[in-house]
Design a protein around this ligand. Structure first.
Ligand SMILES: [Zn+2]
Length: 345
């Protein structure tokens, strides 16, 4: 297995491929006629709410950071215009599709939930397309190198990794097509959601999707790496709604793994909801940003604990442990639980 440092150096190659532009909404009947833009996966209007001087903190997994720290990622200050940007929609489609989420206050209406889910699934698909390209590029480079046993081993590892990525790409396309259909046909009953509202503003924001492997109770859900199985995605969002924090989990109605994941959260004590949501973001979502004041106020050991999660998340050599989302005994924050809502569960 490649080491952490090798993985994160590959991740930097991947970052270059992410700059390649493509509009996922393009369709023969609706061709793109405007240029690809920097599409924000967390709206700027949201980021502004936790930014200080127009900046937030997020992860630094750049090659220069990895080189100077033996492969360890760090937290870095980003301007909100530069954070959470993907080149996966043209300007016209981005405006047209996300109108009801960019220009309308977030209240988790059925259409807004469908749009949040669509954007998550779209950005995951885009990242998978680029990941497969980056891996193919790496395979080509490696194939040209001297054939020592070590080289061959690395080549085999990368090939195996690529096969896994291709499966993810296959399922990502299926999920994306389905989301597009739900939006076009306004078939919102095909989605389920759990929304948790708090009394205070969030200190972190996150938007992304993942395949739940373990619940908040430590029970196993999906085992990744099985080519026979279609992976079930959950969108996990921490955003501000009505000037207060909200966690929204969204999934395809009828899928049992995301449902069990959401239920396992619901069953935890409500005074831990904030901390558990923060843990989940650091465990699963690189597209997470945090308020500078909050992060700077954490003890060093607490910062290290959270960063360690992201490090493991990006690693090929460490498997997740069943208890990864269970309460670790450290309370990171508490925004004050207000209420819990089910949508079409
Ligand atoms: Zn387009």
């Amino acid at each position: 297995m490649p080491s952490d440092a090798e993985f994160w150096s590959f991740a930097s190659t991947f970052q270059r491929f992410l700059k390649h532009k493509l509009c996922l909404a393009e369709d023969p009947g609706d061709p793109c006629n405007s240029s690809i833009i920097d599409a924000h996966t967390i709206p700027r209007s949201q980021l502004k709410k936790i930014a200080e001087d127009g900046h937030i903190y997020s992860f630094d997994s750049s090659l220069s950071q990895l080189a100077k720290s033996d492969g360890n990622i760090a937290i870095k200050r980003f301007g909100i215009g530069r954070f959470s940007v993907l080149n996966c929609f043209c300007g016209r489609h981005d405006n047209a599709i996300f109108l009801d989420i960019e220009d309308v206050p977030l209240a988790f209406s059925p259409r807004q939930l469908a749009l949040l889910h669509y954007r998550t699934v779209a950005s995951e698909l885009y990242r998978k397309i680029r990941m497969v390209e980056a891996t193919n590029h790496q395979l080509e480079t490696l194939s040209k190198e001297q054939k020592t046993d070590q080289d061959r081993r690395i080549l085999d590892d990368v090939r195996a990794f690529n096969e896994g990525q291709k499966l993810g790409l296959r399922d990502g396309r299926v999920a994306f097509d389905e989301c597009q259909r739900i939006l076009n046909e306004k078939d919102y009953d095909c989605l389920s959601a759990l929304i948790i509202r708090f009394d205070r503003m969030p200190t972190i924001m996150s938007v992304g999707g993942f395949y739940p492997e373990f619940g908040f109770d430590g029970l196993p859900l999906q085992r990744l790496g099985d080519s026979e199985e279609v992976y079930e995605t959950i969108s996990f969002n921490i955003l501000a709604s009505e000037e207060r924090a909200a966690v929204a989990m969204i999934w395809r109605k009828g899928q049992k793994n995301p449902l069990a994941f959401a239920r396992s959260y619901e069953k935890q004590p409500s005074n831990l909801y904030t901390t558990l949501a923060i843990q989940a973001c650091f465990e699963h979502l690189e597209n997470t940003c945090v308020q500078q004041k909050w992060w700077d106020g954490l003890k060093k050991v607490e910062q290290d604990l959270l960063l360690r999660r992201m490090q493991v998340a990006g690693s090929l050599s460490e498997e997740r442990i069943a208890s990864c989302l269970q309460y670790s005994g450290v309370t990171h924050d508490d925004w004050g639980f207000s209420c819990l809502q089910h949508f079409n569960i």
